[in-house]
Design a protein around this ligand. Structure first.
Ligand SMILES: Cc1cc2nc3c(=O)[nH]c(=O)nc-3n(C[C@H](O)[C@H](O)[C@H](O)COP(=O)(O)O)c2cc1C
Length: 238
């Protein structure tokens, strides 16, 4: 599976089989996470066979089942940390998708007190990871439709599309498939006088993470480039 195929295939999965990760899958994930931590100077961490953080969360919008494992989403406190966590965390999500694993970002219903992080490290939330049930369960379908898995158009999510080169539309198509908290799709990408920037209007922690995730999707769909990882950050095409 290519990374662009993973963009197409990925869906947030909330019902898992409860099977533990095989040693091969756990090793592969740990390798991906360690590479990303080095690249981004971050503190993502795989937690296996321990779901204490999710035990009290059944009643809220995620109501997950069969969770066995998750990835702690955390990094050294710094400016724009949340944008970075989104950008690098989505790389882990798409690599996990390529391994055939189900994932779901979790920013809300999650007991942060059961996750220990070192001093100076900020915890955002988690990414569930594991073997998703083969087909979406009825419960998952209800949640997906409650979250209205309809999508904004790429015109709604961008400005200057009509004047932009073809790679811009490619970036937008991949960005359109990016996950976002409560499916708000809050990120806007602008093309003006040859310059590409991306921003969110809301100031919530979730929207900063959404911005980083969207930036990574745009980068892949455009065929490559480099983002300034901050609100209104610029994209330098390769
Ligand atoms: C930053 C972030 C936080 C999220 N938090 C939660 C959460 O707390 N509970 C949940 O069930 N889903 C959560 N989601 C998943 C979104 O609801 C989901 O991405 C969105 O509805 C789009 O659906 P899709 O991922 O299947 O494309 C989160 C997604 C993102 C990107």
């Amino acid at each position: 599976m290519t990374i662009l195929e993973a963009v197409d295939m990925r869906r947030s999965r909330r019902s898992y089989t409860g099977e533990p990760l095989t040693a091969a899958d756990a090793d592969a994930l740990n390798k991906i996470i360690s590479d990303i931590n080095k690249k981004g100077n971050l503190n993502f961490k795989l937690v296996v066979n321990n779901t204490a953080a999710f035990e009290k969360t059944r009643a809220t919008y995620g109501f997950f089942s069969g969770i066995k494992n998750y990835i702690v989403v955390a990094g050294q406190s710094s400016d724009n940390l949340l944008v970075k966590l989104g950008y690098y965390g989505e790389q882990i999500v798409l690599e996990a998708t390529r391994l055939g694993l189900g994932t779901c970002w979790v920013g809300g219903n999650f007991d942060k007190k059961s996750v220990a992080v070192p001093d100076g490290v900020t915890l955002y939330g988690a990414i569930l990871v594991g073997y998703a049930k083969n087909n979406k369960t009825l419960k998952e379908k209800v949640i997906s439709s409650a979250l209205k898995r309809k999508t904004k158009t790429i015109e709604e999510m961008s400005e200057g599309l009509e004047n932009a080169p073809l790679w811009f539309a490619g970036g937008m198509k991949a960005l359109q498939k990016a996950p976002s908290a409560i499916n708000l799709q809050p990120v806007k990408v602008r093309y003006k006088d040859g310059t590409v920037t991306a921003s969110v209007e809301g100031k919530t922690r979730h929207q900063s993470v959404d911005l980083g995730i969207a930036m990574y999707h745009f980068e892949i769909g455009s065929g490559g480039g480099t983002w300034e990882l901050r609100n209104h950050g610029k994209f330098e095409k390769d």
